[in-house]
Design a protein around this ligand. Structure first.
Ligand code: FAD
Length: 547
């Protein structure tokens, strides 16, 4: 039976999920569908920063910096279980370099400065603080002397002349926050629907057909279609019968290192540094691993993108040059990932200078297609809420419907009812569930206020997973019951951080597969296929060979 819906959103990355939540909160009936898992595209491949984008000052994108710093400050309040402050250090190698080049870039030159001196960085940090003043919750910037910087981070190269320090934010589980937005949308609008692993098969005569993972066909008659397919946008528009050339993506990769000495030296800070070729790189403590990124290379195919050898060589060499007091080699890599930035098509501009701002071009109804298609182009992870708000307002005005709720101060998922005093919450949750307060505190950071039912399921006897005792069987069971897992990879790569932190072993994967089989009803063949597919994916695309 064909179902009438207000909005069909194709693509459940951060932009699709953010818009889904917003529209559902306004009382519209929406369907969001992703050909893979929620949050499995570019939204699973960022640097995991929620940041104002200090480097966009260089390209004069002041509007984007103003919006990003505001959204960063709001996310610190709305998703405190996932988004936390990140002290950042910028090593500086000269006092005055880069000023003429920065002025040229600001006024539209197509090359970026290769070196940024202390004067330039000090000016940039002051402007950044100015833009980040709305809803500020973090300290302002400072300039460290060389001696202060080397005392704080002893393995850093003595070539520095000073260091800038400021605060941005990091996100501990971007994949989970995408899912939490989808679940929040469903909570606000129970008539809406969210489908992962659902293929767009047909769009004719105003009717769109989707095939779900269990082969069920969903036929929908939407009033508006939103194409939120990120780097796949042009492919999806072609399938909808409205060919476009909106995207000119670039590939960016990251690696995660098992490196306790580096983690100790970082002491919770990020180093945001210029590599020898002038590109900006970063390294910080991500859930106990050192996350290093990123590259910016023209690339097109988001289905096969992976971090390659030259990128790994580049990262390791950049780290050796920045931190000569520490050793780096490939054996320390526990995981690697890559994604395509869905940037606007911009031929002839250096990848690092293509605008990171967003836009939402509309293909108006044409031929036998009665609905407009709104494509969500570009945008940053950080700015999803503002982007969603702009697009939702456009859709609401087309429907002549008022906005009911602002999402500006709306908590997300486990950020709802997040305790002002986490230690007290942990004590109380431990008392109610029988868990230790240390376990309660750890799960609060992972799931926010949604941790309570997991703690209650674990009680005083969490059963640890093989080779990953920070995760329990009861926790996996709860995720399987409540978080729309379809494939084994959904669970180990996105509902949990087991894969990205390299805490997954062969025995662990098998145990999780057995739990999934019992809860999702997989037979032996399906269980074996899931284990094989996940093992292959992790080895081929993420350099994670299970021991
Ligand atoms: C290397 C790198 C580092 C970055 N770092 C940061 C950072 O630190 N901070 C920040 O704010 N931003 C960062 N970004 C930017 C940010 O990650 C992206 O802008 C954002 O994730 C894009 O989200 P999206 O929802 O538009 O696309 P995606 O997340 O790619 O979502 C698109 C979805 O569409 C689905 N899809 C594809 N085809 C179909 C189809 N036919 N039918 C249905 N669904 C389909 C895909 O499966 C996918 O899930 C970074 C990006 C990269 C690549």
């Amino acid at each position: 039976m064909t179902r009438d819906v207000d909005v069909l959103i194709l693509g459940a990355g951060i932009n699709g999920a953010g818009l889904f939540r917003d529209l559902c909160e306004q009382g519209l009936t929406c369907v969001i569908a992703d050909k893979a898992d929620f949050g499995s595209g570019t939204s699973a491949a960022p640097s995991r920063l929620i940041h104002g984008g200090i480097k966009y000052l260089e390209t004069g994108e002041f509007r984007l910096v103003a919006q990003s710093t505001l959204e960063r400050n709001l996310l610190l309040q709305n998703a405190p279980h996932c988004v936390t402050p990140l002290a950042t250090v910028i090593p500086i190698f000269s006092w005055f370099r880069g000023i003429p080049a920065a002025l040229r870039t600001l006024f539209g030159a197509t090359t970026a400065p290769r070196a940024r001196g202390a004067v330039l960085i000090k000016a940039g940090l002051a402007i950044y603080d100015f833009y980040g003043r709305r809803h500020r919750v973090m300290p302002r910037h400072a300039l460290w002397s060389r001696a202060q910087a080397l005392q704080a981070i002893p393995p850093m190269t003595p070539r520095i002349v000073a260091a800038g320090t400021y605060y941005d934010a990091k996100i501990s589980n971007p994949e989970r926050l995408v899912l939490e937005l989808v679940l929040d949308g469903l909570r606000a609008s129970p008539a809406s629907q969210a489908l992962n692993h659902a293929e767009l098969t047909d769009a004719k005569g105003g009717i769109v057909t989707l095939r779900a993972h269990d082969s069920t066909l969903h036929t929908l008659r939407p009033r508006i279609v939103v194409n939120a397919a990120g780097p796949w946008i042009d492919q999806v528009n072609a399938r909808l019968g409205a060919p476009s050339k909106l995207i000119g993506g670039t590939k960016g990769s990251h690696i995660l290192l098992d490196h306790p000495d580096l983690i100790r030296a970082l002491d919770g800070r990020m180093i945001y540094f210029e590599a020898d070729d002038g590109r900006i790189c970063l390294v910080f403590d991500y859930l106990g691993r050192a996350l290093v990124g990123s590259t910016d290379i023209r690339a097109a195919d988001p289905d096969t993108v992976a971090c390659d050898e030259p990128e790994i060589g580049y990262f390791l060499q950049s780290l050796r040059s920045l931190l000569p007091g520490l050793g780096f080699d490939e054996s320390q890599i526990v995981y690697a990932y890559s994604g395509i930035r869905p940037l606007p098509n911009a031929d002839g501009i250096a990848p690092g200078l293509i605008s990171r701002d967003h836009s939402a071009p509309v293909a108006e109804p044409e031929g036998d297609r009665p609905w407009p298609i709104v494509s969500l182009v570009g945008g940053k992870w950080t700015t999803f809420r503002g982007f969603a708000e702009e697009v939702a307002d456009t859709i609401l005005s087309r429907f002549d419907t008022p906005r009911l709720i602002s999402t500006r101060h709306l908590p997300i998922g486990g950020g709802r009812d997040f305790p002002a005093d986490p230690a007290r919450w942990a004590k109380e949750a431990a008392r109610m569930s029988g868990a230790t307060h240390v376990r309660a505190g750890a799960l609060l950071l992972r799931y926010g206020s949604r941790a309570l039912p997991i703690l209650q399921a674990e009680g005083s006897a969490p059963v640890p997973l093989p080779d990953a005792d920070a995760w329990s069987e009861q926790e996996i069971g709860w995720l399987l019951h409540s978080e729309r897992v379809v494939q084994l990879a959904d669970l180990v790569m996105r509902r949990t951080s087991l894969a990205v932190t390299g805490h997954l072993s062969r025995a662990g994967l098998h145990r999780i597969a057995v739990l999934a089989a019992s809860i999702l009803g997989w037979d032996e063949d399906r269980t074996r296929d899931e284990i094989a597919a996940t093992t292959k994916l992790l080895a081929e695309r993420h350099r994670l060979t299970l021991a």
